[in-house]
Design a protein around this ligand. Structure first.
Ligand code: HEM
Ligand SMILES: [Cu+2]
Length: 653
């Protein structure tokens, strides 16, 4: 049956066709047509399927990872020997600012959200995310915000005040020109995207879970994304407020950060780190979720200590907001306050340690299967424990004052970020690639890539501890010969290139496997969560029949005799979804999910014009608000077809 005849027969049936159909049947085909993105170039801009958006999002964030990595390579080349002249001080300032900003704002947090947008609906047994159009909008503004930053960089207007943009350095007096304005607007922009994605994820997790998936049966990865999303809701507004106040100081002469007029530069640091410290956990907690998905599968047993794991995820989320002052020990704050923040910084080690013990218990009592995803996950233990130890050291005021702004800190932050996020993320790619692409990634290449990354990483960053303890400051474009720093710097550069070679090998692996990898079945690893119950790659509607859930690992605990294994009764030729209750996931009501639309894209375009224009004149906010408003109204304009579908569904056919 062709698309056209199928659509015609669907229209004739109105909404009488119901789902729960066997794969390959006419109903199943109809579901795919209903949920697929529209074809053609125009359809490309209208796409709202969560998997389409997530794939674009993942590719975009990985593109930024590559860009940030290239910048790091240039920095490491510059630092490989003393008194090098590859780049000058001005360029170097832009480089480390662009590197930090790219990695933190354009790669690490968004990539985790992007993966969540792909996986969460599959793991909770839903056909889509809540608010699919908002989801598409969030992707477009993220893309435009990131491109705006790089456009500025390529015309030599790259921001140069550090990824933390401390005032007064970033203020109007010390940073004239447009460089910091681009930074501030890009921050507001990407964080807006982050906020929207957080809301999309929270609503999906709370209301779209398959019947039976009570909160205490939810996969740990879904829990970790839920905790992360709540943290985003509290952390992002702080930095958006800070960057908006910054651009107001710079553009229209307000005095938020100007002490001469009653402002306070320390306000910047408080707002920034109130966001900046939790941000590290926004990167790290989804990483924990990846571990909790991969470890049970490759230990061939359910996770040990599920409840303890959930509670410690939640505890980590809360505690993360009580530590921000450990980034400000070198400022003139009261000593008692600093002592409190030292204690809090130590405290957060407890829930992390608890998780580590649970994973070890899982592996210990299971049967280990050392495939590539597992290797990346095991690297986490080694790297993160080292990073955690130096973190505890830095959390203590006296040591922090000693090594403040030296390479010791650079070593620490990379151990935590790369150990806590990049290695688990690569493990996750190897693990879910067969689901996304329908083919396996090469094991041999994967292992080679892993070892290059692991050895290269340690060679690149371990020496930095030593350099920091021997006094090498961070954020300097060069250093004099005869300081004794040459050898370690050269080693670090060689290590960085080895690491990059490992990353490149994984890229080659991914591209090659997309065509030539072994065909993966629905569940190549023998895993227990719902996404493995459907075809690889998943059909546009995810689940031809919405499953019901009877345990924590649904595929390992199938429906007991007599219990229903799936839901039926949803229409197949309308985007109808089942909404369930928050705690027990009992069926609540049916709802139609929005159809594809070009307006999220066009609204994002109008918003971008507003933001870029406002870098040059405050009037842009006024004028560009007009197209933005029109686009938003058209986005929500009711369509005759949608209305008649809703009405037809209300009359039970
Ligand atoms: C191949 C991998 C990487 C290399 C070789 C590398 C290298 C560097 C170097 C040399 C610096 C210090 C710049 C200076 O103080 O002079 C730096 C800073 C930094 N890196 Fe990386 N990095 C890598 C990956 C990452 C990743 C994955 C992240 C985050 C997820 C990250 C986040 C940061 C941050 C936040 C800074 C501080 C920037 C600043 O001081 O403004 N890096 N990196
Ligand atoms: Cu911190």
């Amino acid at each position: 049956m062709t698309h056209a005849t199928l659509e015609a027969s669907m229209a004739a049936d109105r909404v009488r066709m119901k789902d729960g159909p066997p794969a390959g049947s006419r109903e199943a085909r109809a579901l795919d047509v209903t949920w697929d993105d529209p074809p053609g170039l125009l359809g490309w801009f209208c796409a709202i399927n969560h998997k389409t958006i997530a794939k674009r999002f993942i590719v975009t964030t990985l593109g930024f990872f590559a860009a940030g990595g290239l910048i790091a390579a240039v920095m490491r080349m510059q630092l490989s020997r003393p008194e090098n002249t590859l780049v000058g001080p001005d360029m170097y300032n832009q480089l480390f600012t662009m590197h930090g900003t790219t990695m933190m704002f354009l790669f690490a947090v968004p990539v985790m959200q992007a993966v969540a947008i792909y996986l969460v609906p599959l793991m909770v047994g839903s056909r889509t995310v809540a608010f699919p159009r908002m989801n598409a909008f969030a992707y477009w503004i993220f893309l435009f915000g990131g491109l705006m930053l790089y456009a500025a960089f390529f015309v030599n207007s790259g921001p140069d005040a550090g990824w933390f943009a401390y005032v007064p350095l970033a203020g109007p007096d010390y940073s004239p020109g447009k460089r910091v304005d681009f930074w501030a607007q890009m921050i507001t922009f990407t964080e807006l995207s982050g906020l929207i994605e957080a809301i999309v994820i929270i609503a999906t997790v709370f209301k779209m879970r398959a019947p039976g998936m009570t909160l205490n049966r939810m996969p740990l990865l879904v829990w970790s994304n839920l905790v992360t999303s709540f943290m985003v809701l509290f952390a992002m507004p702080a930095v958006m407020l800070a960057s908006t106040a910054l651009i107001l100081d710079r553009l229209v002469g307000t005095h938020f950060y100007n002490p001469a007029e009653g402002g306070d530069p320390l306000l910047w640091q408080h707002l920034f780190w109130f966001f900046g410290h939790p941000e590290v956990y926004l990167i790290f907690i989804p990483g924990l979720g990846f571990l909790s998905s991969v470890i049970p599968t490759f230990s061939r047993r359910p996770i040990y200590g599920y409840t303890a794991m959930v509670l410690s995820l939640v505890a980590t989320g809360f505690l993360a907001f009580g530590l921000w002052v450990h980034h400000m020990f070198a400022t003139n704050l009261p000593e008692l306050g600093k002592a409190f923040f030292t204690a809090m910084s130590m405290l957060i080690a407890i829930p992390s340690a608890l998780q580590i013990f649970c994973w070890i218990a899982t592996m210990w009592t299971g049967r280990l299967n050392l495939k590539t995803p597992m290797l990346f996950v095991l690297a986490f233990f080694f790297i993160l424990v080292l990073g955690g130890l130096t973190g505890l050291m830095l959390g203590a005021v006296p040591l922090d004052l000693q090594v403040h702004d030296t390479y010791f800190v650079v070593a620490h932050l990379h151990y935590v970020l790369i150990g806590g996020a990049v290695f688990p993320l690569f493990g996750a790619f190897y693990y879910w690639y067969p689901k996304i692409k329908g083919r396996m990634m090469g094991e041999a290449l994967g292992k080679a890539s892993f070892w290059l990354m692991f050895i290269g990483f340690n060679a690149a960053f371990f020496p930095m501890h030593w350099l920091g303890l021997h006094g090498m400051p961070r954020r300097v474009y060069t250093y004099q010969a005869g300081m004794g720093w040459d050898g370690m710097n050269l080693l670090s550069t060689l290590g960085a290139f080895t690491f990059a070679a490992g990353v490149f090998l994984s890229l080659v692996n991914a591209v090659a496997s997309a065509r030539r990898g072994a065909v993966a079945g629905a569940d190549p690893w023998g895993a227990g969560t719902l996404e493995w119950s459907i075809a690889s790659p998943p059909p546009p509607c995810n689940f031809h029949a919405i499953p019901t859930v009877h345990g924590r690992d649904p595929l390992w605990q199938p429906a007991p005799g007599g219990a229903p294994a799936r839901v039926s009764g949803l229409a197949v030729n309308v985007r109808e979804v089942l909404v369930t209750s928050v705690i027990d996931a009992l069926p609540d009501h049916r709802m139609t999910s929005p159809n594809p639309s070009p307006w999220p894209f066009l609204t994002a375009l109008a918003t971008t014009v507003l933001f870029i224009g406002s870098i040059f004149t405050p009037w842009a906010v006024v004028w560009a608000a007009i197209p933005a408003t029109i686009a938003t109204i058209l986005w929500f304009w009711p369509k005759h077809k949608d209305n008649s579908e809703d009405l037809a569904l209300e009359k039970a056919p």
